[in-house]
Write a protein that binds this ligand. Structure first.
Ligand code: UGA
Length: 436
C-alpha cells in the first residue's frame, strides 16, 4: 500500500521504516529541511536500536522516501498518518495541538481518491472530530475517513515493538477505513490482537495506558521509600508482586522517577483534559506531583554523600531518560543534575549515547567526559542515573583508582552490589536500607 507519514520523529520515522520493511511504499514528510536533507543523504536523525539497518535497506530499495512537500506524498497515499508532536503547552500543560491542526489543514488540500487519515500522535479526546472538520472545511469534496491509530512504541525499542505489538488499536466507525487498516496490518493478523473501537475510546486508551504505567512506577517508588525505612528489600518485594499475573512483572523497577517525552506530557494532558469534563483524576494528579518531588529528593540524596556539599566532585553516569535511547527530554537525570547545580558546580557527566543531546539542553556548568572512568576522576560520589547496560559491567578496580572517595549511589539498581562492595565501594541503591 502507499503510505504518507507526516512527521519524522521518534514515532514517524520508526513507523515509516517498519511499514516499508513490510513491503509498503512510504513517503515521510517533515517541515524541517535539515532533517529531510539528512535522511535523504542516508543519515538517521534519531538513535533507535535496529533502525539503521532497516533504514539503509529500505532507502536503498526505494520503499521509503523523504520530502518536505505534502504534495509529493499525500495525493497517492491510501493512508496518511499524522505523527507530529503534541508538546505540552508551557502554561496550561494541555497538549498543544497547533502542529496537528496545521498538518490537517495542509494535507487536506492534497487528498485525492479515498484516503484514511490516521492520527498516530497522542491526541486529546475529540481530536479526530477536529481533524475531520478541518479537512471537510478545507476540501469539501475530499473522500476520507479520520481514524485514531495510537502508537505504543517505546523509545529505544521502537523497532522491536513495531514488529511485536501487544495490540493494534483502531478507532473508527467506518467499515471502509477498517478494511483498509486490516489490509495494512495483515502481516500481524496471527501475531497480535486487533481492537476496533470508537474513535474517542481509542484516543482515551493511549492516555489511560500511559497514565496507568506512570502510576505503576510511582507506586513502586513509594514502596521503595517504605522498604528503605522498614528493612524490606524492594527487589524482593517487586519480584513477589510481579509473580501475580494480575499485577505483572513489568514496570516495577524503582528509580529516580519517570521521564521522557511521553509520560510527563501525557499524565499532565490527561489530568487537564479530565478537568475540562469536570472530572478530577486524583491518582494521576498525585503521581505527577510526587514524581516531580522525587527528582529533587534524589538530588539531595546524592549531595548528602559529599564531605562538602558545595565543592565535592560528583560523577554522573547516565543522562538519557532511560537506557537504549539518546533522548534527554524530560529526563530525570537532567533534572537531578540541574537541581544539584543549584548548590554544587563540580559535576562531571557521562552518557554512552546522549551526550550530544544533553549538551543542547544542559547548562555549560558541568564537565563532560568521554567514558565512565574519566567522569569518575576525583569524584566523591558516583551517581548512576540511567540504566545503561554498559554500567552493569564497570571495572571496579579501575574505577577505584580514579575516585577520591569510593561511593556509589545507584538510582537504577543496576550495579553489582557484591562486586562493588568487595572492591571497597560504599553502595547505596533504591529501596533497601544501606548496609554501610
Ligand atoms: C512510553 C510507553 O511505554 C510506550 O508504550 C508509549 O508508546 C510511549 O511512552 C509513547 O507514548 O510514545 P517511553 O516514553 O519510550 O514509552 O518509555 P518507557 O520505557 O515507558 O519509560 C518511561 C520512563 O519510565 C523512563 O524514564 C523509565 O526509566 C521509567 N521507568 C520505566 C521506571 O522508572 N521504571 C520502570 O519499571 C519502567
Amino acid at each position: 500500500m502507499k503510505i504518507a507519514i507526516i512527521g519524522t520523529g521518534y514515532v514517524g520515522l520508526p513507523t515509516g521504516v517498519g511499514l516499508a520493511e513490510l513491503g509498503n511504499e512510504v513517503v515521510c514528510v517533515d517541515k524541517s529541511e535539515d532533517k529531510i536533507n539528512a535522511l535523504n543523504s542516508g543519515k538517521l536523525t534519531i538513535y533507535e536500536d535496529g533502525l539503521a539497518e532497516l533504514f539503509a535497506k529500505n532507502v536503498q530499495n526505494g520503499r521509503i522516501k523523504f520530502t518536505t512537500q505534502m504534495k509529493d506524498a499525500v495525493p497517492q497515499a491510501d493512508v496518511v498518518m499524522i505523527a507530529v508532536g503534541t508538546p505540552p503547552h508551557p502554561f496550561t500543560k494541555e497538549a498543544d495541538m497547533q502542529y496537528i491542526h496545521a498538518a490537517a489543514y495542509e494535507l487536506a488540500e492534497y487528498l485525492s481518491g479515498y484516503t484514511v487519515v490516521a492520527t498516530k500522535s497522542t491526541v486529546p479526546v475529540g481530536t479526530g472530530d477536529d481533524v475531520e472538520a478541518i479537512i471537510a472545511k478545507t476540501n469539501p469534496t475530499a473522500d476520507f475517513d479520520v481514524i485514531s491509530l495510537p502508537e505504543f512504541l517505546r523509545e529505544g525499542f521502537a523497532i522491536h515493538d513495531f514488529f511485536n505489538p501487544d495490540r493494534i488499536v483502531i478507532g473508527t466507525n467506518s467499515d471502509k477505513a477498517r478494511n483498509v487498516m486490516k489490509k495494512l496490518y495483515q502481516p500481524f493478523e496471527n501475531k497480535t490482537k486487533f481492537l476496533f473501537v470508537k474513535r474517542r475510546s481509542s484516543e482515551t486508551i493511549k492516555y489511560a495506558s500511559n497514565a496507568f504505567l506512570a502510576m505503576k512506577i510511582h507506586y513502586i517508588n513509594e514502596m521503595a521509600n517504605f522498604c528503605e525505612k522498614s528493612g524490606a528489600d524492594i527487589r524482593e518485594v517487586a519480584q513477589g508482586m510481579g509473580l501475580d499475573s494480575r499485577i505483572g512483572n513489568k514496570f516495577l523497577n524503582p528509580g529516580p522517577g519517570y521521564g521522557g517525552s511521553c509520560f510527563p506530557k501525557d499524565t499532565n494532558a490527561m489530568a487537564q483534559m479530565a478537568k475540562k469534563y469536570g472530572v478530577h483524576l486524583n491518582l494521576i494528579e498525585t503521581t505527577i506531583a510526587k514524581n516531580d518531588q522525587r527528582k529533587a529528593e534524589m538530588a539531595e540524596r546524592i549531595l548528602s554523600h559529599l564531605s562538602d556539599r558545595k565543592n565535592g566532585r560528583v560523577a554522573v553516569l547516565g543522562l538519557a531518560f532511560k537506557g537504549g535511547t539518546d533522548d534527554c527530554r524530560e529526563s530525570p537525570a537532567m533534572d537531578i543534575v540541574r537541581d544539584m547545580l543549584k548548590v554544587n558546580r563540580n559535576i562531571c557527566v557521562y552518557d554512552p549515547k546522549a551526550l550530544e543531546n544533553a549538551r543542547k539542553l544542559l547548562i555549560e556548568n558541568v564537565d563532560y567526559a568521554s567514558n565512565p572512568y574519566e567522569a569518575c576522576k576525583d569524584a566523591e560520589v558516583i551517581a548512576v542515573l540511567t540504566e545503561w547496560e554498559d554500567f552493569k559491567n564497570l571495572d571496579f578496580v579501575k574505577l577505584k583508582r580514579e575516585v577520591l572517595n569510593p561511593c556509589i549511589v545507584d538510582l537504577r539498581n543496576i550495579i553489582n552490589q557484591k562486586q562493588a562492595e568487595e572492591n571497597g565501594f560504599e553502595y547505596y541503591c533504591i529501596g533497601q536500607i544501606a548496609q554501610n
